[in-house]
Every structure is written in structure tokens, then in C-alpha cells.
Design a binder for this molecule. Structure first.
Ligand code: GUN
Ligand code: ZN
Length: 433
């Protein structure tokens, strides 16, 4: 048993933040050998009985001045766009055509994909992200490369080969029947192996034929516990294009619904330009939104409507959407989400609570992914993925956090001023043996 003593942040089932200034986190192998949280709470209440129980086997690690918090969960990111970050364009569609598709064509080379996958996972961990739902490219080898890399690090990670059989240039366009054969082969090879999961990944409705979308929906029905990921209602030009391509569909979201692509474990990035019927459909089907604020600000896509999402009881969580998104850091994403929440001309403006922003990137994201109580939290039974934060990381963060009068003030100081320098360590739950 490994017992950590430091400040400790975690979440109750209702999303309320729980914080111990002098906290204890006890980690031990579960029945499957994977490190899990055995106990979490106050040092004073828990240490004596745990130390008595563990005897000489207990390793106690004291981390004075540090905060242990759940590893961050990124609900939507593109690993092949690691080098596309910061590519300027007038909007989504030119950005895809001018930068993203040409770059993604390079992932036909498995060696290149492996090199990027290695860098990408390092960068996730450097930023405190311990679980991600990520796009690969249309090349099956790109998914193999990332699965292999995540497996090496023992991470809980979900990815999938992109499906895009039309309106895509040579080099990234796939072929309808083969793309579905490749998807099924990848599901069988990787889904449920160690901590890996497969996501059926139609890029977005404009780049898939009806046959490819329907084939994806059929696979989603046959493999009920794999994930589905795509994009929806991000940009107004994209909305107009979908109306042209699918004139019989009531809405963009309905295109996916009609093809079996909305269900638990389906995750749609953006969800900006939805109407109330779409939001009700999200709720009824337990489909989740991956809110991607740095991307939406960078590409001027619009503002996720938190008030309407909450009114509809939609599932959602935070995502970087790198490389449309501008940072791997959950702190940058949470701050951008705060700005998006504030925006009050296109929609109702809100001031989101810091603990709610943090929840959206940890326990809330895990819940939206269908992984509550597995990752994104540090309650007993959770897999022991966590970060150690160092509030002394910069002079300004040290000065500001020292003045925090309560938990919300502390968390907001970290969100506003934090970046990768705050992450002293990312711990991935290891498997014994
Ligand atoms: N829509 C279709 N593909 C993409 C992508 O790669 N990034 C974003 N942000 N939106 C998309
Ligand atoms: Zn995306």
C-alpha cells in the first residue's frame, strides 16, 4: 500500500468539490492487480487505522505544500494535429483544407505516426492529462501507433481510425467498404485490451457518405460498449454545408441520430449551433458533448451555451481539441471555458464556478464518457490516476494561492494562472506483475 500525505482534491457524486488541507490518499492493487484508490480523506481520520492495517508494507510519502488531484480527462483531441496547433485560418473549413488534411496525410507512414504518438503522450502527461478520447487519422496504422504507445504507459486511452470517404483530398480519403472492415479489425485488436478502448470515428457528416455513416452505426450497434466520436454543429459554414448535403434531415445532429450514431458513449465535439430539440435528443440518448473552448475561440466558431445545456440536462465535459485548440493544458482549457461561459451576447452569460470548471475536466468528463468511478476522481475504487500540483511553481501563483480565502478562490487562482508548470507529477495507475 502506498499512502500519500498532501492536500487532496476530489469530487462527490453530485459534482461537489471535496478538499482536505491535510489529506490522505491510499493506493493499493485491486483484484485485477491495477492500482486503485483504497481510501481518500483526512490524514487525521484515516492514517492511524490504515497504518495499523498495512503494517510494515505501507510506504508513506509526504508531499508538503503540494495538492493531489484527479488526473485530467480530455474528451476530444486529435493526436495527429499536435503539429497543427497555431495554424491561422479564417474558419474551420479553410483550416481543414489548408493545414489539417495535408498534415494528416503524413500518417500513412507508421514510423512517423509512432514518433508523433510518443511525443503526444509525453505532452498529455506533462500537462496532467491521464485519459483522452482522441482522433487518429484515416490510416489504420495511425490508430495502432497510438494504442501501442498508450499501452506501454498503461494509460486509459480511447482512439479510433477516422472514417472519411468523400469531400476529402487524396492521402486522407478512405474507401467505404474497406474503412468499415478496418474499423472492425481495430475494434477486435484493441478494444478492452489493458486499459484501451476503441471509438468508431466518422470525422463529421460532410466527409462521410450515407453508406459509411450507416455502416458506422451498424458497427456501433454490434459493439455496444465501444465509443463513437465525431464533430457536430461547430461552425456556420459547416451547418449550411450539412443542410445542402442532407436536405431531408431536420437538423445536423439528426443526421447522426438517424444512422444509429447517438447513444451512451457517443461523444460529439462542439455542439454550439444546436436547437432545443437537438439538446433534448442529446439528453434522451445519453450522448455527450465535448466542449472545446480554446478551439471555438481560435476558429471563431461560436460559444457553447452552458445554460441551455444544463436546462436540457445534457452530458458534457471539457476538451482541448488540439490542434484547432491552442493548448494541451487543462488550465488553459478551463480558463477559456470560463470566458465562453461569460459571453452574453449570443447566449446567456454565466460566471461558472471554478470547482464546476475543474469537475468538467475530471469527474464530469469521466461521467460523460461513461467512465464514472473509474477515472477522473479519487474516491475509493477509482483507478489511481492522479496529478501532484505544485502551487509554488511560479512566484505569482505562490503569492496568489497563499491569499486564497476558500476553495473556490484557490481553484480559480490555479485555473487563471496555471499551465504545465503546475504539474509536478502525473501518476498512472500501474498493474502489479
Ligand atoms: N470537423 C471536422 N474535422 C475537424 C477537425 O479536425 N477539427 C475540428 N475542430 N473540427 C472538425
Ligand atoms: Zn476535433
Amino acid at each position: 500500500m502506498h499512502i500519500y500525505r498532501s492536500a487532496l482534491l476530489r469530487f462527490a457524486d453530485d459534482g461537489q468539490a471535496l478538499y482536505e488541507e491535510d489529506g490522505l490518499l491510499a493506493v493499493a492493487p485491486g483484484a485485477d492487480g491495477r492500482e486503485r484508490v483504497l481510501a481518500a480523506g483526512s490524514w487525521q481520520a484515516l492514517s492511524a487505522p490504515l497504518l495499523a492495517q498495512a503494517g510494515a508494507e505501507a510506504v508513506v510519502e509526504h508531499l508538503p505544500g503540494r495538492i493531489i488531484a484527479p488526473g485530467f480527462v480530455d474528451m476530444h483531441i486529435h493526436y495527429p494535429q499536435t503539429d497543427v496547433i497555431g495554424s491561422p485560418a479564417s474558419g474551420l473549413l479553410p483550416w481543414l483544407n489548408d493545414y489539417t488534411f495535408p498534415h494528416e496525410s503524413r500518417f500513412v507512414d507508421a514510423g512517423y505516426a509512432g514518433e508523433v504518438a510518443h511525443f503526444f503522450v509525453d505532452e498529455l502527461l506533462r500537462n496532467g492529462v491521464t485519459t483522452a478520447l482522441t482522433f487518429a487519422t484515416s490510416h489504420p496504422a495511425s490508430a495502432d501507433a497510438l494504442f501501442a504507445e498508450a499501452q506501454k504507459r498503461q494509460m486509459r486511452l480511447i482512439t479510433g481510425k477516422v472514417l472519411q470517404d468523400r469531400h476529402s483530398p487524396d492521402g486522407v480519403r478512405d474507401e467505404t467498404a474497406q474503412s468499415l472492415i478496418d474499423t472492425e479489425a481495430l475494434i477486435r485488436r484493441w478494444h478492452g485490451v489493458d486499459r484501451l478502448g476503441y471509438a468508431i470515428t466518422p470525422r463529421f457528416a460532410p466527409t462521410s457518405t450515407d453508406a459509411q455513416l450507416r455502416g458506422a452505426g451498424e458497427l456501433a450497434a454490434r459493439y455496444g460498449d465501444v465509443w463513437i466520436q465525431s464533430h457536430v454543429a461547430e461552425n456556420l459554414d459547416e451547418m449550411a454545408w450539412v443542410r445542402e448535403l442532407f436536405p431531408d434531415s431536420r437538423s445536423y445532429l439528426q443526421v447522426y441520430a438517424d444512422r444509429g450514431l447517438m447513444r451512451e458513449r457517443a461523444v460529439y465535439a462542439h455542439c454550439i449551433h444546436l436547437d432545443d430539440r437537438d439538446r433534448a435528443l442529446m439528453h434522451e440518448t445519453r450522448t455527450a458533448a465535448a466542449v472545446s473552448p480554446t478551439s471555438n475561440l481560435f476558429l471563431a466558431s461560436g460559444f457553447f451555451d452552458y445554460a441551455k445545456a444544463d436546462a436540457a440536462q445534457m452530458l458534457y465535459g471539457l476538451a482541448s481539441d488540439v490542434g484547432g485548440g491552442t493548448s494541451f493544458s487543462p488550465f488553459r482549457t478551463m480558463l477559456a471555458a470560463y470566458f465562453v461561459g461569460r459571453e452574453g451576447r449570443d447566449k446567456q452569460g454565466l460566471s461558472l464556478a471554478p470547482s464546476h470548471l475543474w469537475w468538467q475536466h475530471t469527474a464530469g468528463a469521466a461521467k460523460a464518457l461513461g467512465l464514472p468511478g473509474v477515472v477522473g476522481n479519487l474516491q475509493p475504487g477509482c483507478e489511481a490516476d492522479f496529478v501532484v500540483l505544485n502551487p509554488q511553481a511560479t512566484p505569482l501563483i505562490a503569492r496568489k494561492t497563499a491569499q486564497a480565502g476558500n476553495l473556490e478562490e484557490l481553484l480559480f487562482s490555479l485555473i487563471v494562472l496555471g499551465d504545465d508548470r503546475l504539474i509536478e507529477r502525473s501518476h498512472i495507475a500501474q498493474k502489479a506483475g
